[in-house]
Design a protein around this ligand. Structure first.
Ligand code: MG
Length: 173
């Protein structure tokens, strides 16, 4: 792969769909979607996030239970993103022997030693520690509040972290 940018692993429910908000937040629109993975449900998505994500210095990757449907419903229809690579989970919502979030080991395996940032509403300190010990490249596990979704401060934090990679910073997760 010739793309030298770090990976950005994108969760949908939480970062892009602030499912725990009390109502549809300003700037968001309600989409009723039906898919094999997700069934029929109503989601809130912010059309401006597509352009904002594409301005980030990252190679975008879906890291969501929506899997390939994220490309159609979320990325394509709502956000105007190109088709992105998708992490195809080998198992979902499985208990972890060390209490890690079920995605964590699979995200690290998929990254295969490449630097990555990851936005998700279910990552925590145990995941950060495990990634720092098991991933031989910089990694940023950036929690996003599912009541709020991605905000400008999150995008700025992602930009700063990517900028820092070239200067030897951000290497300890
Ligand atoms: Mg989520």
């Amino acid at each position: 792969m010739t793309d030298e940018r770090p990976l950005l692993m994108l969760d949908v429910d939480g970062p892009l769909n602030p499912w725990a908000a009390p109502g549809c937040p300003p700037g968001y629109r309600t989409y009723v979607v039906t898919g094999l993975q997700v069934g029929t449900l109503s989601v809130w998505l912010n059309p401006a996030h597509g352009e904002r994500l594409q301005r980030l210095p990252y190679h975008l990757v879906w890291a969501t239970t929506w899997m390939h449907e994220a490309n159609v419903v979320v990325g394509g229809r709502a956000l105007g993103l190109p088709t992105l690579e998708v992490i195809e989970w080998t198992g979902m919502h499985l208990p972890d022997p060390d209490g890690l979030y079920w995605k964590t080991r699979q995200v690290v395996a998929w990254a295969a030693g490449r630097p990555f940032a990851w936005v998700d509403d279910e990552i925590g300190e145990a995941d950060r520690e495990w990634v720092a010990a098991h991933h031989d490249a910089p990694a940023l596990l950036h929690w996003v509040d599912p009541r709020v979704g991605l905000v400008e401060e999150d995008f700025v934090a992602l930009e700063r972290w990517a900028d820092g990679l070239g200067h030897g910073e951000g290497r300890s997760a």
